[in-house]
Write a protein that binds this ligand. Structure first.
Ligand SMILES: [Zn+2]
Length: 189
């Protein structure tokens, strides 16, 4: 702080002014050093805690992320339009609408299991419909593509758009997950 004598020009010092003793400066520096050391230790501990937390919840770590070009290589144009551009297939066009076998419906983008046949029902809309997803498999957001707000849902792992969820479903949830069949693959049990 006092390294440059020019810093003190023009400043009136009291007669009893004495410059800080080097010993005191060293003491301050040491205090700062121990603070930094403590801070570093705290940061290391926090990082370890975060690592442990992410080990328990692999949700964030197992994301499937691809560029548009990479998605186009592995998806059909119809799948790409629905999954990556939030498109909607024409009603009654998916063979999965009438699929009644036991099995699992997985994301057509990344194969994450999204629905089981136990929650599937015929809503009469022409789209495969379910009253509940597999817990933790999908995430939702509100969209305004049709002016009024709708709740869009997508695969939690690759964020591929699947469909919309409405409040006119059957018991026990009262929800209708209206899914594009082209965004799913069916794996018979
Ligand atoms: Zn997916």
């Amino acid at each position: 702080m006092w390294a440059d004598a020019s810093d003190r020009k023009g400043i009136a010092y009291p007669d009893d002014f004495t410059e800080p003793k080097p010993g005191r400066l060293v003491q301050i520096a040491m205090n700062r050093r121990s603070f930094l050391t403590t801070g570093a230790a705290a940061l290391a501990a926090a990082t370890a805690t975060l690592r442990a937390a992410s080990a328990q919840a692999p949700a964030a770590a197992d994301k499937v992320v691809k560029s548009a070009a990479e998605w186009k290589k592995v998806l059909t144009p119809e799948q790409y339009h629905v999954l990556r551009e939030e498109g909607t297939e024409r009603a009654f066009t998916s063979p999965l609408d009438k699929e009644k076998r036991k099995g699992t419906f997985v994301c057509a983008g990344c194969d994450l299991p999204l629905f089981t046949s136990e929650t599937k029902y015929d809503s009469g809309t022409g789209w495969p419909s379910f009253w509940a997803p597999i817990p933790g498999a999908v995430a939702t957001k509100v969209d305004f593509k049709l002016i009024y707000p709708r709740t869009e849902y997508h695969c939690r792992r690759c964020e591929g758009h699947q469909g919309h969820v409405f409040d006119d479903g059957p018991k026990p949830t009262g929800k209708r997950y209206c899914n594009n069949g082209v965004a799913l693959k069916f794996i018979p049990a």
